[in-house]
Design a protein around this ligand. Structure first.
Ligand SMILES: Nc1ncnc2c1ncn2[C@@H]1O[C@H](COP(=O)(O)OP(=O)(O)OP(=O)(O)O)[C@@H](O)[C@H]1O
Ligand SMILES: [Mg+2]
Length: 335
């Protein structure tokens, strides 16, 4: 299988299970060509495998080479000037589209410059590429037009799908960040534009370029969606953080094999049970930095799991600590 989008999980073979979810999403994806699929928000708590899942959907669609073209964009946690977001977003979209058309995997991560996108538009008589790039280049320094630049970017999948009679899947990861990191000010001073998510209000109803939205902070993401996209425009799909028992066990064996950690059949069962088939928890235990890590004995497993849960330097605790800090900050901001 091809993996043009470099998956965050690392080695793609590490991803196990999610069969039920892939099957359900498979039906939804299969209905996109017929314009029957409504935009979705994948809702699941921190570290439950959302990114792993949506990135794999990207790679599957790319490989399948059918009528639905995937576009993946992650809203970062760094402050960004409004027109730069527009350019980033547009370059990513155009590069993913062109890489799909040309079957050139490299362009998924090595994004084309605006000039190269324009050249491609000229060579292939795709005027919209030329017009959009000209508009973006001309207006970057014209302060009154930044909203139009952003409009050029965020409407692109919907517009191109309509004009070129094709379909896109617009995958937006860490969507909630759009409300906090985009600055109208060039020096990124003052306040970010909190209303940015509202741009997607009308196009979230697009059936030619439906959206698949997800993010790390469930409460925040839900607030953003309900405030700016109105309930009902994005169908909310809950995803359990836990794999099935069998899938969890498979994850234990996979991680142990890839990270060269000796285990026994008995301790594999025990790890799966104590980690409740949560793949992130399993990966933390197998890769634990615990000095006395020993996954060949029952007591060793208990101690390692205990370390991951309770020691503040462990990967598990650090992740949850960071999550709580961010969530508390949001709660404090609100009240
Ligand atoms: N299906 C899976 N098979 C194997 N490992 C998985 C699976 N799903 C998740 N993991 C493990 O859990 C980790 C976290 O997954 P991922 O980053 O996809 O979660 P997330 O829900 O996007 O997290 P965040 O809330 O931080 O955005 C992965 O790096 C991987 O180690
Ligand atoms: Mg994620």
């Amino acid at each position: 299988m091809q993996y043009p989008l470099t998956e965050k999980i690392g080695n793609p073979d590490l991803l196990v299970g999610r069969e039920k979810e892939f099957r359900k999403f498979g039906k939804w994806l299969a209905n996109i060509p017929g314009r029957l699929s409504k935009s979705r928000a994948l809702i699941a708590r921190r570290k439950s495998g959302k990114t792993a899942f949506v990135q794999r959907i990207f790679n599957q669609l790319f490989r399948y080479n059918g009528t639905v073209i995937p576009f993946y964009f992650e809203f970062g946690e760094n402050k960004i000037w409004y027109p730069n977001l527009a350019i980033n977003y547009y370059r990513t979209f155009a590069s993913h589209y062109i890489s799909f058309l040309e079957r050139d995997e490299r362009l998924v991560t090595r994004l084309l410059s605006l000039e190269k996108i324009r050249e491609y538009g000229v060579a292939k008589s795709l005027e919209d590429f030329v017009d959009d790039v000209d508009f973006l280049l001309q207006n970057k320094e014209v302060s009154g037009s930044h909203d139009l630049m952003w409009q050029t970017a965020y409407t692109a999948p919907h517009r191109y799908a309509a004009i070129l009679d094709t379909r896109f899947l617009v995958i937006l990861d860490e969507f909630q960040n759009i409300t906090q990191y985009v600055y109208p000010d060039k020096n990124r001073e003052g306040n970010p534009d909190e209303t940015m998510a509202g741009s997607f209000h009308s196009i979230s109803e697009s059936k030619v370029a439906p959206m698949l939205v997800t993010g790390s902070y469930v409460g925040w993401l839900m607030r953003v969606i309900s405030k700016y996209l109105q309930a009902g425009r994005l169908k909310q799909i809950p995803m359990s953080p836990y794999l099935t028992l069998d899938e969890g066990l498979e994850a234990v064996y996979k991680y142990a094999e890839f990270y060269h950690e000796p285990i026994t059949n008995e301790t594999a069962l025990q790890i799966n049970e104590l980690c409740m088939s949560d793949p992130f928890f399993i990966s933390c235990v197998i890769q634990s930095e615990f000095d006395d890590k020993a996954l060949m004995t029952s007591q060793g497993v208990v101690n390692t799991v205990n370390y991951e849960i309770s020691d503040r330097h462990s990967e598990m605790s650090k992740t949850w600590n960071e999550y709580l800090q961010m969530t508390l900050q949001k709660v404090n901001d609100k009240y």
